[in-house]
Design a protein around this ligand. Structure first.
Ligand SMILES: [Zn+2]
Length: 290
């Protein structure tokens, strides 16, 4: 059963394709019928199931004709003596959320560092860089990978272990306006040590993960390269990565559609920059795209 958010969007799409008229209300009972009418009209397999092909046909023209979203430059903090950038680019919509998040943390005396937001379509992929990364769509940002994990007594971010999956880490901002508390900071001695250590750290901290979620940004699971027992790779820990899941609809949003919403990102442009990315265009959020 589709969520209310999904049903509203399906209605918009079916009205756009003249399967529904603007006065009609899409209900769970009529849903399959309307999808089948659409599939017949488009020459697709008529089965009433909204798979990647049907979703693509529903959304492609709609996305091409929608008002394009530019990338917006956002200011970030550089840790004194640390690495990272003083700005990042995010897609309009995500950028405003990031600015609100940074203001909240800044006002409490914390830093929001960055290793980047938007990733160029030409950027290579590898063990720690997905060919369907949210970074291509400008919906994800990374904190500076050196601003936590190795020196919990002074790092801008402290990491504690919470759960498994995307809630593996909880991040804490070191901030004078935060709560006085003691944390069990997980850390490694160095990039290659591969052994989790914990250290009690006293100070003033803000729950950064919670603040991110309030602003629509969510963490992802660490990669297997980090969680496996041997040959662990720090770059797989992904503690620095947050993405604007709240701007996507589960089982409905598609990688290529999110790209087509961006200013200047036509099919021709995307294909010419990186044909693999275009090849992944029909990946569905929370099914084959995370
Ligand atoms: Zn990332």
């Amino acid at each position: 059963m589709a969520t209310q958010q999904a049903m509203t969007y399906f209605s918009e799409l079916l009205i756009f394709h003249k399967i529904l008229n603007a006065q009609e209300v899409l209900t769970d009972d009529s849903f399959e019928d309307h999808i089948e009418q659409f599939q017949a009209k488009e020459g697709l397999l008529v089965d009433g199931i909204v798979g990647p092909e049907t979703l693509w046909h529903l959304q492609e023209l709609y996305a091409r004709q929608s008002t394009k979203l530019p990338f917006v430059k956002c200011v970030a903090d550089i840790e004194p003596g640390g690495e990272g950038f003083d700005s990042l680019e995010l897609r309009q919509g995500a950028a405003e959320k990031f600015n609100l998040l940074r203001k909240e943390i800044s006002d409490l005396g914390g830093l929001v560092t960055t290793a980047g937001g938007k990733r160029a379509l030409t950027a290579g992929v590898g063990a720690n860089r997905s060919a369907k990364s949210m970074h291509y769509t400008g919906l994800a940002f990374d904190l500076a990978t050196t601003s936590g994990f190795f020196n919990p007594s002074k790092d801008p971010f402290i990491l504690t272990r919470t759960n498994s999956g995307p809630n593996y880490w909880t991040l804490w901002s070191r901030a004078s306006g935060g709560k006085d508390m003691e944390l069990d900071a997980v850390h490694w001695k160095n990039w290659n040590s591969g052994k989790d250590l914990t250290k009690k750290i006293k100070g003033h901290f803000v729950n950064f993960t919670q603040a991110c979620k309030r602003h629509g940004f969510h963490p992802i699971s660490p990669r297997r390269s980090f969680t496996r027992s041997t040959d662990r790779n720090y770059l797989g820990s992904e503690w620095w990565h947050f993405q604007a899941n709240d701007l996507l609809i589960p089982q409905m949003s598609q990688f290529g559609i999110e790209l087509l919403k961006i200013e200047g990102y036509t099919q021709e442009f995307i294909e010419s920059q990186n044909s693999n990315i275009w090849g992944n265009r029909k990946s569905v959020y929370k099914k084959t795209w995370f």
